[in-house]
Write a protein of this length. Structure first.
Length: 253
C-alpha cells in the first residue's frame, strides 16, 4: 500500500534506532519526506541515508535544537505535515531511592520535549490548516509497574497532553494522537534486560506476560504510526492506541 503518506513531510524524533527508526522507514516507504531528528549523528545519518531523508542533529531537551529542527524542515520542504514525538528514555527507580535529578531528566525527555517539539511545529501546521502529531506514549501511561518511577508519571502526562492538544486544535485541522506500546524488542529493552543476571530469562519472563507469547516488534508500532499520520484517520483525534498484544486486557492472578 505504498503511497499512503505521499508528499507529506514528517519529523520523527529519536529516529536513529528502535521504534523511531522503524517509523522513519515506514513513513519513507509510504512516500513521505522524512526528517530524522536524532541526538547521535552516527545512527541518525545512517537511517537518513538508508531512507533518503534529511538528518538534523537534535537534542529534544535543548530549545535551540528543537527550533532549529522545525526551521530546517520548513527551509528544506516548505511545510510540516506530521510530527512523531518518539525520543525518550526509560527512567526507572523506587521513588524513595530516586535522586531528584532523575525526576528532572525523565520529565525533560519524556514529557517536556514532546510539548517543545509540538510547539515548534504548530505555527506551520496552523498556517496550513492541517497536521498530525503522533506521540509515542507507553502502557505505563495506564498501568503501574512497581519500581519504574517516575516514568509512568511522565507517560500519564503525555497521554493527558495528547488529549488536551487534540481538543485545542481540532477545529484547525490538526489531529493529536498517541500510541502506547507494551514491551517492544528495541535496543532500550535489550539494554534493560542486560542489567539482570540472566538477560535471556528476563526476556522470556516478559514474553510470557503477553497473550501471543512474544513481545512486539518496532515495525508493528510503525504500522499504527503510518495510519495515524495518514489521511485514513481524519476523524481519529485525542486518542491513544495501545499496542501490547492484549497484555493490558489480561487479568493476572
Amino acid at each position: 500500500m505504498a503511497g499512503r503518506l505521499q508528499d507529506k513531510v514528517a519529523i520523527v524524533t529519536g529516529a536513529g534506532q528502535g521504534i523511531g527508526a522503524a517509523i522513519a522507514r515506514a513513513y519513507a516507504a509510504e512516500g513521505a519526506q522524512v526528517v530524522v531528528a536524532e541526538l547521535r549523528p552516527e545512527t541518525g545519518r545512517a537511517v537518513a541515508a538508508q531512507i533518503g531523508g534529511l538528518f538534523v542533529a537534535t537534542d529534544v531537551t535543548v530549545q535551540a535544537d528543537v527550533e532549529g529542527c522545525a526551521a530546517a524542515t520548513q527551509e528544506r520542504f516548505g511545510r510540516i505535515d506530521i510530527l512523531v514525538n518518539n525520543a525518550g528514555a526509560n527512567v526507572f527507580h523506587r521513588p524513595h531511592e530516586m535522586p531528584r535529578s532523575e525526576w528532572a531528566r525523565c520529565m525533560a525527555l519524556d514529557l517536556e520535549a514532546c510539548w517543545a517539539m509540538t510547539e515548534a511545529v504548530l505555527p506551520a501546521m496552523r498556517a496550513q490548516g492541517a497536521g498530525a502529531v503522533v506521540n509515542i506514549a507507553s502502557c505505563h501511561g495506564f498501568q503501574i509497574i512497581p519500581h519504574t518511577f517516575p516514568y509512568p508519571v511522565a507517560k500519564h502526562g503525555l497521554i493527558g497532553m495528547t488529549r488536551a492538544l487534540g481538543i485545542e486544535y481540532a477545529a484547525e485541522g490538526i489531529r493529536v494522537n498517541a500510541i502506547a506500546p507494551g514491551y517492544v524488542d528495541t535496543e532500550i529493552a535489550q539494554a534493560y534486560w542486560a542489567g539482570f543476571d540472566d538477560p535471556a530469562a528476563e526476556r522470556r519472563k516478559a514474553e510470557r506476560l503477553h497473550p501471543p507469547g512474544r513481545i512486539g516488534r518496532p515495525e508493528e508500532v510503525a504500522m499504527t504510526a503510518v495510519f495515524l499520520g495518514s489521511d485514513e484517520a481524519p476523524f481519529v483525534n485525542a486518542e491513544t492506541i495501545v499496542i501490547d498484544g492484549g497484555r493490558s486486557a489480561l487479568f493476572h492472578d
